[in-house]
Design a protein around this ligand. Structure first.
Ligand SMILES: Cc1cc2nc3c(=O)[nH]c(=O)nc-3n(C[C@H](O)[C@H](O)[C@H](O)COP(=O)(O)O)c2cc1C
Length: 431
């Protein structure tokens, strides 16, 4: 475990500027505004190899460059604090524990891309965090760190807080933009991408809370020192939210390159008494389910891409062997069905049909053809859905069919290993 970007969380009083400064706060902002041009700031972020922590892992410096290249009077920066991915609660730690750090990252980002206005889009389910943020912004305005001529420099920028109303899809950047504009939260067709045409049709930078919290640290340490953390292909650290059958559930900061096994046993104290790991779901409900044999996998973008999976939000759900796979996947799919915005057919209809078919598995009525059919529907959703919601919704299904196919086959043959379904435990109902 490390304390790099979470170094102030839990150690300082979240709304004390004095304590934040004593912990290195605003050093990055001062360095950027006093000594660096916007281009130099972007170059430093690019050199740090920082990749977005919101799920898609897009290179942050490159995204900043795309927005900076747009020659428009008005540009926006949005902090994505929607944190809707099930099992993910790491942004909250930063927002509640050190809001100034996230805001400092936004101010540096705004300076780099030439934005005059920023928004923090925070999920409605975090009312306390919203209260803290509003207070933090007011304090910064009083201190001359936000508003006109920030820290006495020829740069003005301010931030507004907007709340979501509980829709998962509003974490997707274009649905989020629609929501800020006052429209129903539905994803837009892409291209154009937000860096070219985002909020109110203007160039817009959308970054996750954790991504932005990295920025002051990168500025303060410099990209070279920052890259001492992590691996060659994945620089820095990651906040992970661990839940499920581990002894110590919670949010931890780890260096990239740490394996799932190290996280479960060394960081989280192992598995709860009398339980055995069945699989680990990485990246929230939209993430892959990996069997115990793959626990040596390291959290590293290159290593994960070899397995054809992503890190997502960094949520880690440890699932024990009391769980029935088709039943688990059915519940996951119900979440996506409920949250689908309905704009595109593969997502709107696909989730619904997968649930119907998985019901047949848990009711003891599934056939070989049903297994083929859910695979086909999953592929269509993955390839043809409009946004990441529908594209990633069948990931748990696809990966459990890959690693636990025999459990689906057992259900076709009328038995459920754990006895969760209509069939008798471990015995074919028609035997
Ligand atoms: C359905 C869906 C939900 C998402 N939810 C979030 C979220 O809650 N927070 C977040 O930062 N990114 C979320 N994203 C990713 C955003 O679209 C976007 O990639 C991200 O905010 C970009 O920031 P980053 O480059 O700093 O990661 C979601 C994407 C999808 C498809």
């Amino acid at each position: 475990m490390v304390n790099l970007i979470s170094r102030a969380c839990g150690k300082i009083s979240p709304l004390s500027i004095k304590e934040y400064k004593n912990n290195g706060g605003f050093k990055g902002l001062e360095k950027a505004l006093f000594n660096m041009t916007p281009k130099e700031v972007i170059d430093e972020v690019t050199k740090s190899s920082l990749r977005g922590r919101g799920g898609a892992a897009f290179p942050t410096g490159l995204k900043w460059k795309f927005v900076a290249m747009e020659e428009k009077d008005e540009k926006y920066i949005i902090c994505n604090a929607d944190e809707g991915e099930p099992g993910t609660f790491k942004d909250k730690i930063l927002l509640d524990g050190c809001p100034f750090q996230v805001i400092e990252g936004m101010i540096i980002g705004a300076y780099a891309i030439g934005a005059t206005k920023g928004y923090i889009y925070i999920r409605g389910e975090y009312p306390k965090s919203k209260e803290i943020l509003v207070k933090a912004l007011n304090i910064l305005r009083e201190e001359g760190i936000l508003g006109n001529n920030i820290i006495g420099q020829n740069f003005s920028f301010d931030i507004e807080v907007r709340s979501g109303a509980g829709a998962y899809v509003c974490g997707e950047e274009t649905a989020l933009i629609e929501s800020i504009e006052g429209n129903p939260g539905r994803s837009r067709f892409k291209p154009p991408y937000p860096p070219n045409k985002g909020l109110w049709g203007k160039p817009t930078l959308v970054n996750n809370v954790e991504t932005l919290a990295n920025i002051p640290i990168i500025m303060e340490l410099g990209a070279d020192e920052y890259k001492n953390y992590g691996t060659d292909s994945s620089a820095g650290t990651k906040l992970i939210s661990v839940s499920g059958s581990v002894v110590n559930k919670g949010v931890y900061e780890i260096e990239f390159g740490t394996s799932l096994k190290e996280i479960i046993y060394d960081v989280c104290g192992g598995i709860e008494e009398n339980k055995k790991i069945k699989f680990v779901q990485l990246g929230g409900s939209s993430g892959a389910c990996l069997p115990e044999e793959l626990l040596d996998t390291k959290l590293d973008f290159d290593e994960l891409s070899k397995l054809n999976i992503g890190l997502g939000s960094g949520a880690i759900l440890v699932v024990d062997d009391s769980i029935c796979i088709p039943d688990f996947v059915k519940n996951t799919t119900k979440f996506f069905d409920h949250e689908s915005c309905g704009k595109c057919t593969p997502c709107r209809e696909g989730n619904r049909h997968i649930i119907k078919i998985l019901n047949k598995f848990t009711e003891g009525e599934a056939t070989e053809r049903d297994l083929e059919l859910i695979k086909e529907i999953s592929n269509v959703m993955k390839e043809a859905s409009l946004c990441g919601l529908g594209q990633a919704a069948p990931t748990a299904l696809i990966t459990t069919i890959k690693y636990f196919k025999e459990e689906y086959e057992d259900h076709i043959n009328g038995s459920c290993e754990v006895g969760k379904c209509k069939m008798k435990k471990g015995v074919a109902a028609n035997a």
